[in-house]
Design a protein around this ligand. Structure first.
Ligand code: ADP
Ligand code: MG
Length: 713
């Protein structure tokens, strides 16, 4: 076969032509033979059976019947006409019905010729009827490639309107196989094919389009899903390898004064085993000659802050600066305060930089950063501004990663220190080590695909003595009981969060909900006995901080807020989280919010308030919250409910461009593919071995065609 055969533009295929080509391109993005070949069916209909009309059941299933049309008539209806054909076999009689395309059908249908018709039957009175059947002359049907399972291809309204029906696509596919003789280049090495007993590429492609039976279809699907995931993993992993070899890291060889002194004299509690393990993993990276790119996952409250601090102290010990970025001013300020507190009297110069830092303070800060008088900078996006220049940034930590875009993350790379020596190959700066921290647990499967090129550490243990938050679901009708409960808790000296949804498209409405809620709460909890804080997105940052601050100091007992408090805020005395219109929140958001309580020694509660009308998905979300506190379990449910495409940040990852595999359902295959990709690259990092030739060629082709996604970061 001509090696460029699959690059052939689609109009060259017999039966396509320029008009159809335009539609195929516009509707399905098909431009070449390869694109068509990789248009995989959505589902299959079993055409192994031929039914007699007398055997038909009103089951709504798609069935296949052999017979002939003996009569055609047009029936006038209130809304347009319908064309009705009387269709008979030896024993019975039924109707075929068309509501559109009468002229074409009338001109093309042959009376009294045997047809195979296929479609969904329903029963009207005593007669079966099949609307818009697929039809093929029996003589043609017998000549065609024998497909037992009928593939159903993705379609659009426009495609069908322009006559590119499923049957037409099937015919194009047949033509493609005819021209290619069904022979396609193998892309996997023999070893893997044998070990996993995969069928060959040609066999798989044939059976995905023209399955001979269920078993071969299943084998074809497995083989193609494996292949797809294998190449994605191959790309991610080789990228990681290249980075480790090519991108020099700043060596943090010493464990010095700051780290040791903190560890010995300032640690306010014993680290959990998980924290110790993670610090060790990070130290391993920092001590190597490669740049660290690590994702640190840990559920809310698992203690990521102290891990971040200890890493920053390591940077200092090696003569470098460090920075910690958070997505909001409140969070940045909170980080700054807790770091200061943890550091106590240690001689570490630390500063806070946010959008509201005053100009004079800012200028001073810029200077201190540039001349190296500042060790640690904590801040918001403001840190990324061009004016902010470090003397020698060695470690950048990003908290709550999903709030930052990819572009912002990559900006950090270029805040590295100036070249240390003159032999720098590209003359550029050595990028700082990067640690990305997230409290949104990412299911392992997704992490593998999304962050397959990052190293991952997990804090899978909460500090001791935490009581799991008790979660309940209450209907709005029981609000008075909930109020009573709040009063009891306040009497015990606790503080309460009441959170309202804020979804952008209905911001005005949400704001009204919040204000209405606030008023009724203010009525129920009158001053001076009760003090209420309110925080929402329309407030000035200074006012927000003021209100937040009153709550943190315990001057107010109730905090009425929108989701601005979602991430990171730490008020250990707050023990009740009430979430209004809880059905409107996503699972990960609910889990984040719940994480705001349960931080102190007291038993904490999370109350999910909703009306009575709930969708099935909403019910599942609420039940999941009531049943478990495990962030990873919740993330798995979330992934199943929403699919990978909707999970935060995954849109840009290109996960959606997978053609046949499904990250959620094909989890097992993904693991296998990843394992084999790692093995292969371990033994043959540059794909030089003869046995890996097929992989090398296929990989190069894919990169050239950009069929593997353009990956993040
Ligand atoms: P997160 O992972 O959500 O950022 P934090 O770092 O804010 O969690 O820690 C949550 C709380 O737990 C803080 O009050 C912190 O001081 C405390 N904490 C962290 N690690 C431990 C530990 N090993 N033992 C006891 N308390 C800890
Ligand atoms: Mg945190």
């Amino acid at each position: 076969m001509n090696p460029n055969f699959l690059q052939t533009p689609i109009p060259y295929l017999k039966g396509v032509g320029p008009n159809r080509a335009d539609i195929l391109k516009a509707e399905l993005g098909i431009e070449t033979y390869r694109d068509l070949l990789h248009l995989f069916p959505n589902r299959y209909l079993d055409k192994t059976q031929y039914y007699k009309i007398a055997q038909l059941q009103p089951s709504g299933a798609d069935v296949q019947v052999v017979g002939k049309i003996i009569h055609l008539k047009t029936v006038e209806q209130k809304r347009g006409k319908r064309l009705v054909a009387t269709f008979v076999d030896e024993m019975g009689q039924m109707e075929l019905v068309w509501f559109r395309g009468h002229k074409w059908i009338r001109e093309n249908l042959k009376i009294n010729e045997p047809y195979v018709v296929f479609g969904r039957v329903s029963k009207y009175g005593s007669i079966f009827s099949m609307p818009h059947p697929e039809m093929e002359l029996l003589s043609e049907h017998q000549k065609g490639v024998k497909v037992a399972m009928q593939p159903i291809y993705p379609s659009t309204e426009k495609l069908s309107a322009k006559g590119i029906t499923n049957r037409v696509v099937g015919k194009m596919m047949q033509q493609l196989f005819l021209e290619s003789k069904g022979r396609f280049l193998e892309s996997l090495p023999k070893t893997i094919l044998e070990e996993l007993r995969l069928i060959s590429k040609s066999e798989a492609l044939f059976n995905i389009h023209f399955p001979k039976n269920q078993e071969l279809l299943a084998k074809a699907q497995f083989r193609l899903k494996f292949e797809e995931l294998f190449f994605v993993q191959l790309q991610l992993i080789s990228k990681k390898l290249v980075r480790k070899q090519k991108i020099k890291g700043l060596p943090f060889e010493a464990v010095g004064e700051n780290f040791t002194s903190f560890f010995e004299n300032h640690l306010p509690f014993e680290l959990t085993d998980a924290q110790k393990r993670v610090i060790k993993e990070i130290r391993g990276d920092l001590g190597s000659n490669a740049q660290m790119n690590r994702l640190l996952q840990g559920d809310v409250g698992s203690g990521k802050t102290i891990v971040a601090l200890m890493c920053m102290l390591l940077a200092m010990d090696n003569g470098f600066q460090a920075c910690l970025m958070a997505p909001t001013e409140i969070l940045a300020a909170q980080h700054y305060n807790s770091l200061k507190e943890l550091l106590g009297k240690m001689d570490v110069k630390i500063a806070l930089l946010t959008g509201s830092t005053k100009k004079s303070a800012r200028t001073l800060l810029h200077n201190q950063l540039e001349n190296g008088n500042l060790n640690i900078l904590v801040g918001t996006h403001a840190v990324l501004e061009d004016k902010v220049q470090f003397k020698n940034l060695g470690l950048a930590i990003v908290d709550e990663q999903h709030r930052f875009g990819v572009a912002q993350r990559s900006k950090l790379w270029h805040k590295g220190s100036p070249p240390q020596s003159s032999d720098g190959e590209d003359g550029g700066a050595i990028p700082p080590h990067i640690l990305v921290m997230t409290a949104t647990p990412i299911p392992r499967t997704l992490a593998m695909s999304l962050y397959g090129d990052l190293d991952v550490s997990v804090i899978d243990e909460l500090p001791p003595g935490r009581k799991p938050v008790k979660t309940v679901h209450r209907y709005d009708a029981n609000r008075l009981k909930v109020f009573r409960f709040i009063k009891d808790e306040i009497k015990k000296g606790r503080q309460i969060y009441i959170v309202y949804p804020l979804i952008q498209e209905s911001e005005a409405l949400d704001y009204k909900d919040l204000m209405d809620g606030y008023e009724s709460i203010a009525r129920e909890f009158p001053m001076p006995e009760y003090q209420i804080s309110i925080v929402h997105g329309k407030m000035k940052p200074a006012d927000k901080d003021y209100e937040m601050d009153r709550f943190v100091k315990g001057e107010t007992q109730i905090m009425v807020a929108t989701t601005v408090i979602e991430v990171g805020v730490n008020v250990p005395n707050a023990s009740v989280m009430i979430i209004e219109s809880a059905e409107r929140f996503g699972l990960s958001q609910l889990h984040q919010l719940r994480g705001r309580v349960g931080r102190g020694a007291e038993q904490s509660f999370c109350i999910l308030m909703t009306g009575h009308k709930l969708s099935e998905d909403a019910k599942t979300r609420l039940q999941t919250m009531v049943q478990t506190n495990d962030g990873f379990e919740i993330a798995e449910v979330d992934l199943k409910l929403r699919g990978p495409g909707d999970l935060m940040g995954t849109q840009q990852s290109g996960l959606l461009t997978l053609k046949i595999a499904d990250i959620v359902k094909d989890n097992q295959i993904l693991k296998t593919a990843r394992y084999h990709a790692i093995q292969l690259l371990k033994e043959d990092p540059r794909l030089e071995k003869e046995e890996n030739r097929p992989v090398r060629i296929a990989y190069a082709k894919m990169m050239q065609n950009k069929t593997i996604w353009n990956y993040i970061s």
